[in-house]
Design a protein around this ligand. Structure first.
Ligand SMILES: CCCCCC/C=C/C(=O)SCCNC(=O)CCNC(=O)[C@H](O)C(C)(C)COP(=O)(O)OP(=O)(O)OC[C@H]1O[C@@H](n2cnc3c(N)ncnc32)[C@H](O)[C@@H]1OP(=O)(O)O
Length: 396
């Protein structure tokens, strides 16, 4: 078989993987920044085909076959040619790879191709080293800390005195951190909180200091920010893990439906008091929660604001596993370090196989939820709830 592998390596780039387009060095990486532009267009696909030719490192036969198969599936659809004879090793290997994609839709194959090339370009660029946090573009404040070691990039919410409530700067910084993590050499990305809370949701003081004539514009720009922010989670290409170190509120809970794994301390609670706040669900929870837990349990949480314990959240499928608080950090990190040693491309691709067919739908849901919330922010119910919180009359 070594001879077959060698021949494959020499011929893998023939014909179908070439394109006449000229491009700058890694444009697809820029296109693959978080946001609505994340869905692979024909242009992204063409750029990715060009990037393949610029790779510094040979990605190996397995990956080349995967690229070939995704290319064929994206351009011609399911395998529709006769199986080559057993002695025609190269064409049989290619046929097998293409045929294995079954009825994967063309669009999904195109997206997977672009994502795979993007991951190869990232690792080819950084020569296999994990990016130290010091080399990253740093967040705009100390409220977010990003570290990268042992194959894991960890994004830590770091506003413990405010229970890690999310400011506009933090939304932007999380998007930047996810963008960087999607390109670095880490295998897994983690979101967690510093202090006794995971996150108390949107910082309600975000609604203060708005000049009277600017309320509508602020609601509009808030909805754009929300939509872009959630899009980053929908599109994030690597396994994304929430290490829920304490209570979680609002958007930090709804987003969990877009994570691949959620580990929680038994001290954590999960609370989405949207009606109390005159608001409505976001983070695609109007879709992911009913899907996970059934419509009535989702309604208890999202409409009536029922707070779940970690164990209840685990029973409902929102949490993957609950750990005793005393051993939470140790057990979770041992587990994640072991997972981070698995082949990163395989994990990334498997995640995409699991998630990609939902992506378009999730983007549409996110857009709808964001625009509904934009209206809600202008309602008296919402304004009154914020005023109550700020005047310390109401606490959840
Ligand atoms: C781009 C925009 C996207 C928006 C998306 C829509 C998102 C929606 C949501 O996330 S809805 C959820 C909003 N969050 C809340 O309603 C939580 C409000 N906070 C509380 O009810 C409580 O603070 C608590 C239950 C989280 C914790 O209570 P407790 O343990 O008694 O602590 P304190 O209340 O004393 O809190 C300490 C300190 O933190 C401040 N703080 C806590 N959470 C928030 C918050 N969400 N926004 C602003 N500030 C918050 C709290 O005021 C205290 O500050 P102080 O020490 O008094 O200065």
């Amino acid at each position: 078989m070594a001879g077959v592998a060698g021949r494959l390596a020499r011929r893998w780039c023939s014909g179908a993987l070439r394109s006449p387009l000229q491009i700058t060095r890694f444009p697809a990486l820029q296109l693959h920044v978080c946001g609505p532009a994340m869905r692979a267009s024909q242009k992204d696909f063409e750029n990715a085909m060009n990037q393949v030719k610029l790779l510094k490192k040979d990605p190996g036969n397995e990956v080349k076959l995967k690229l070939y198969a995704l290319y064929k599936q994206a351009t011609e659809g399911p395998c529709n040619v006769p199986k080559p004879g057993v002695l025609d090793f190269i064409n049989k290997a290619k046929w097998d790879a293409w045929h294995a994609l079954g009825s994967l839709p063309k669009e999904t194959a195109r997206q997977n191709y672009v994502d795979l090339v993007s991951s190869l370009s990232a690792s080819s660029e950084s020569s296999g080293q994990v990016t130290p946090a010091a080399d990253r573009k740093q967040p705009g404040s100390d409220a977010l800390v990003v570290t990268s070691r042992d194959g894991i990039t960890t994004i830590t919410l770091n506003r413990p005195d405010k229970k890690n409530a999310l400011t506009p700067q933090m939304y932007h910084d999380i998007m930047l951190a996810l963008e960087a993590a999607s390109k670095d050499d880490s295998a897994i990305t983690v979101l967690t909180g510093n202090g006794d809370y995971y996150c108390s949701g949107n910082d309600l003081t975000n609604f203060t200091d708005i000049p009277p004539g600017e309320v509508e514009e602020r609601a509009r720009s808030g909805a754009v920010l929300l939509r872009d922010f959630v899009d980053c989670f929908i599109d994030f290409p690597k396994p994304l893990v929430a290490v829920v170190n304490g209570p979680a509120v609002g958007i930090s809970v709804t987003l969990l439906g877009l994570f691949d794994i959620v580990y929680a301390t038994d001290r954590a609670t999960f609370h989405t008091p949207f009606s109390h706040l005159g608001q409505s669900p976001e983070g695609c929870s109007s879709y992911t929660f009913p899907k996970m837990m059934g419509p009535s349990k989702a309604t208890e949480m999202l409409v009536f604001g029922k707070k779940l314990t970690a164990r209840e959240a685990c029973t409902q499928g929102l949490v993957t596993e609950v750990f005793p608080d005393s051993t939470f950090q140790k057990e979770v990190w041992v587990r994640l370090k072991a997972y981070s040693k698995l082949p990163p491309n395989a994990m990334r691709i498997s995640k995409q196989v699991i998630r990609n067919r939902e992506k378009e739908k999730l983007h549409a849901i996110n857009a709808e939820e964001s625009s509904i919330l934009q209206e809600r922010w202008l309602s008296d119910e919402c304004m009154n709830a914020i005023v109550n919180f700020l005047s310390k009359k109401a606490k959840l």
